[in-house]
Design a protein around this ligand. Structure first.
Ligand code: UDP
Ligand code: MG
Length: 318
């Protein structure tokens, strides 16, 4: 194996509690890898992306910055986890690139298996949680329901793989060629092909600080995941429209026959009028909402606005 370089991209958002503890651990772990004869690691670098934190995160990152080993990127505001990662990835130029969170919930020791996979010729090594024991019941339940929904809509994602992964430089270049504004990285990864290895690991509970993924951010990511990869919801609306049209045509025909042929006096009760009315009203609004979600996506994509804005980069001559 020819010696190779490694960049580790870590997005950080309000992580003043976690960083001072996790960063030294990450650095010494990488040092250990470099001196380990099993790995042909020539050089490594950590790229820390401050995603517009409101606390001391950037001060901590800047204090740890060292040329060629620890680089800090400061985004001009909070762009969200996916875009922060993208900012770091755009800056990475090593032979292999790893993305991970800064809270070390994802077992750092899985990096060894990722590097061995890379050395064995794999372009992608995806960390997959072998258990969710550290997650709350709510997160476990919603995650499972969400994966089921994605499969239903024909979106191909690797279950329990979040954003802990290794990419070869060529896989990274393919990933970065995707210019969508709403990037759902874990949805794109399975579509780029290349030799892919699955690396199972245990996910720990967050030791420092608390989750920066609010319910709103999680929901936004979930909707992006579906609407960026599937037009099935739109087709379902159309299919539903056809069914309703057929049903109402048949009913209309029946009413006409009753009146003209059987000359019956049409007396209809409350329930048979009100129930379809309410149900259809609700479904119509829901359908418009789904259409709006896609139109909103088109609107955002056509603007081609930058997905992140880098304000400061600590110097990093290689
Ligand atoms: N993060 C970010 N921007 C955000 C939210 C989160 O860069 O707007 C980072 C955060 O600092 C962490 C990673 O994304 O390194 C994952 O977030 P977190 O651990 O809070 O999510 P969870 O593990 O609870 O899903
Ligand atoms: Mg976390």
């Amino acid at each position: 194996m020819t010696p190779y370089s490694l960049d580790v991209v870590i997005p950080c958002y309000n992580e003043e509690d976690a960083l001072p503890v996790t960063l030294p651990r990450i650095l010494s772990y990488l040092d250990g890898l470099q001196s380990d004869p099993r790995f042909a690691l020539r050089h490594w670098r950590v790229i820390l992306v401050d995603d517009g934190s409101a606390d001391r995160t950037w001060t901590i990152i800047a204090a740890h910055a060292e040329p060629a080993r620890v680089v800090g990127l400061k985004l001009s505001r909070n762009f969200g986890h996916q875009n922060a990662m993208l900012a770091g990835l755009s800056h990475a130029d090593a032979d292999a690139v790893i993305t991970m969170d800064c809270d070390l919930q994802d077992d750092i020791n899985a990096i060894e298996a990722m590097l061995l996979a890379y050395q064995g010729g794999f372009d992608l090594a995806l960390g997959v949680r072998s258990s969710r024991t550290s997650d709350t019941i709510f997160k476990k339940g919603t995650a499972r329901a969400y994966y089921r929904l994605l499969t239903l809509f024909g979106v191909n994602v690797i279950e329990d793989h979040a954003d802990y992964r290794l990419m070869s430089q060529r896989a990274l270049r393919v990933l970065l060629a995707h210019n969508e504004v709403n990037l759902f990285l874990r949805g794109i990864i399975p579509t780029i092909g290349f030799k892919t290895s699955i690396i199972p690991y245990e996910r720990q509970a967050r030791e420092f600080g608390n989750s920066k993924y609010t319910l709103g951010k999680m929901l936004a990511l979930a909707i992006d995941g579906i609407t960026s990869f599937s037009v099935l919801p739109l087709r379902m609306i159309a299919a539903f429209g056809v069914v309703v049209f057929l049903a109402s045509s048949i009913t209309g025909l029946w009413v006409l026959l009753e009146r003209l042929v059987f000359s019956a006096t049409v007396v209809s009760g409350w329930a048979s009028v009100m129930l379809p009315l309410l149900a259809l009203g609700g479904l119509q609004i829901l359908s418009i909402g789904v259409l709006g979600e896609y139109i909103g996506k088109i609107y955002l994509e056509t603007k081609r606005r930058p997905r992140f804005i880098v304000e400061t980069v600590t110097d990093s001559p290689r």
